[in-house]
Design a protein around this ligand. Structure first.
Ligand code: ADP
Ligand code: MG
Ligand code: MG
Length: 508
């Protein structure tokens, strides 16, 4: 079945057809904001001094076939996953046990935990928390040839690309439905005549999560009362700005909610309104009170260059704004948590966290886990990681986000041996997921390079949840997806990190 779907897909392009298609895609991308700020591979250092340039986001020219059963299952499980991570976040004792095992080997985790403890000591000013999540998967093909949905990871902070992935779906749909001879269309192929990619409601889902939080915040807590807004906390060097603008524009246009951006100016503006509110983004003359802090920053240690950055993060955490995410919710997304849940004893934890969820649904969540191991002395994980043969079927992960941090296959044993053994507990070992090996696509990278070859695709499904620290859930929703496609030989996967291209799905 899979073989026939992938064979001769995508259709061969003559040089003239490829040029035509690439031009159409390039223009569509800029025209519609399917764009990123250029990185060093596109513009040499100093070549964009005023920051005015933008280029197409890396995209596939064709949508990729993806098994319908896997897509449907990922979508069906998202709200249970939302609930699982909200529930873990509410159990400070359970999460604290895991974090304590990491603190001595991982300064970043240790510093996040310190922020939590400091704010907890003062007393949290806000009992609501918001999650905008993305659960990532691949369609695993077993040696026997069966296909099953397997989770790569669950993201609880800065889950990106909802805005741009909805645009890729729109672009592929226009290409698929344009009549022959129009300015943008594909050569013929049976798969391209059957269907269009499913609707992608990532922007609606994510921005309605922000809108629900904004509303749940209630009235201004300032005297005199201030106008309310949502703040996007962003990196000053962010290149993926148009993805953020897609959410922010939707928040403004559909929900009529003022919103703005805070970068490193948090330092200079945070004291304007202490604790119960944060300073306004763009307009120094009018002061807004921030209801909801949406972090598209502060997920990686290199963003904390001095104690000022930790102070800023602490200030966000102690504010009365609803955080997306709280420090605890960020920590619940540690790879170590995912490994503990995937262990055979993880069932007890899942049953505890999802105590009002059907056992059959919990089993379906468990079925998405790939084997994961810790590296404690005499453990199976340690044995698998140190043996050069078994290491080949594994990836080693630290407690990090944003791509580019893992160690793969043959590199694992040597890498571990280069670390003091006492540091190994900061890492988890995960069995590799093996997607179909005969898929192909053509990618237009953001420097204009066109690559054709064997590819692997990773599906992300978006979800949003608002809950009280008592565990009461006020909003739980899912919708929209991301497909990222990369060369088969590439281990890593991020689009922003430069490994993958944005794609959409043709279900079969
Ligand atoms: P990050 O939080 O940095 O994105 P991930 O766990 O998603 O970390 O790993 C980064 C990339 O590594 C993924 O996008 C995927 O391409 C690859 N990867 C991670 N785990 C696996 C796995 N078990 N099997 C196959 N590839 C994986
Ligand atoms: Mg991640
Ligand atoms: Mg990832």
């Amino acid at each position: 079945m899979a073989q026939s779907i992938y064979s001769n897909y995508p259709p061969e392009l003559s040089a003239a057809q490829q040029k035509f298609l690439v031009t159409a895609v390039k223009d569509w991308a800029i025209h519609n904001g399917l764009a990123v700020r250029p990185g060093p591979t596109v513009v040499p250092e100093g070549g964009n001094p005023n920051g005015v340039l933008a280029t197409n986001a890396p995209v596939t020219l064709f949508p990729s076939p993806f098994p319908r059963t896997c897509f449907t299952e990922a979508t069906a499980l998202q709200e249970v996953y939302n609930k699982l991570y909200a529930s873990i976040t509410c159990n400070e004792e359970w999460l604290g046990e895991i974090v304590k095992g990491l603190i001595e080997v991982d300064d970043f985790v240790a510093n996040l935990w310190k922020v939590h403890l400091a704010v907890q000591k003062e007393g949290y000013a806000q009992n609501l928390a918001l999650g905008l999540y993305r659960s990532d998967y691949m369609a695993h093909v077993s040696p026997a040839g069966d296909t099953a949905l397997k989770q790569v990871e669950f993201n609880t902070i800065s889950s990106s690309f909802g805005g741009l992935s909805a645009l890729v779906r729109q672009m592929h749909t226009e290409l698929l439905t344009s009549p022959p001879g129009s300015s943008i269309n594909y050569p013929s192929h049976p798969l391209l005549q059957s269907e269009v990619p499913p609707e992608n409601t990532a922007v609606e889902t994510l921005s309605s999560g922000l809108a629900v939080a904004h509303k749940a915040y209630g009235a201004s807590k300032s005297t005199p009362a201030l106008p309310l807004c949502v703040a996007f906390v962003v990196q000053d060097t962010e290149r993926n700005v148009f993805d953020q603008h897609a959410l922010s524009e939707h928040l403004k246009k559909t929900h009529n909610i003022p919103r703005g951006y805070l970068g490193s100016n948090i330092h200079s503006r945070r004291q304007l309104i202490p604790t119960t509110a944060l300073p306004p983004p763009h307009s120094p003359d009018s002061i807004f009170e921030v209801t909801t802090v949406y972090l598209r920053a502060y997920y990686s240690p290199d963003e904390y260059t001095s104690s000022r950055d930790w102070e800023a993060r602490t200030h966000l955490e102690r504010s009365a704004a609803i955080k997306c995410p709280t420090v605890l919710n960020q920590l619940s997304g540690c790879k170590k948590v995912q490994q503990v849940l995937a262990e055979p004893t993880g069932l007890d934890h899942l049953t505890g966290f999802l105590n009002d969820v059907d056992a059959s649904l919990i089993e379906r969540v468990r079925a998405t886990f790939a084997p994961q191991y810790d590296l404690s002395p005499n453990s199976k994980g340690r044995e698998l990681a140190l043996n050069p043969e078994t290491a080949l079927n594994h990836v080693l992960k630290p407690q990090r986000e944003g791509g580019g941090n893992n160690v793969y296959k043959a590199d694992i044993p040597g890498f571990l041996q280069s670390l003091p053994e006492s540091d190994w507990k900061g890492w988890v070992l995960m069995e590799l997921i093996n997607p179909a090996s005969n898929a192909q696509n053509v990618a237009l990278r953001n420097d204009g390079e066109v690559l054709r070859g064997d590819v692997i695709s990773e599906l992300g499904v978006y979800g949003t949840i608002l809950w009280e620290d008592t565990g009461k859930i006020l909003h739980n929703n899912h919708g929209g997806y991301l497909l990222r496609t990369k060369g088969k030989e590439v281990n890593e996967g991020g689009v922003a990190a430069g490994f993958s291209s944005l794609d959409s799905v043709l279900l079969f």
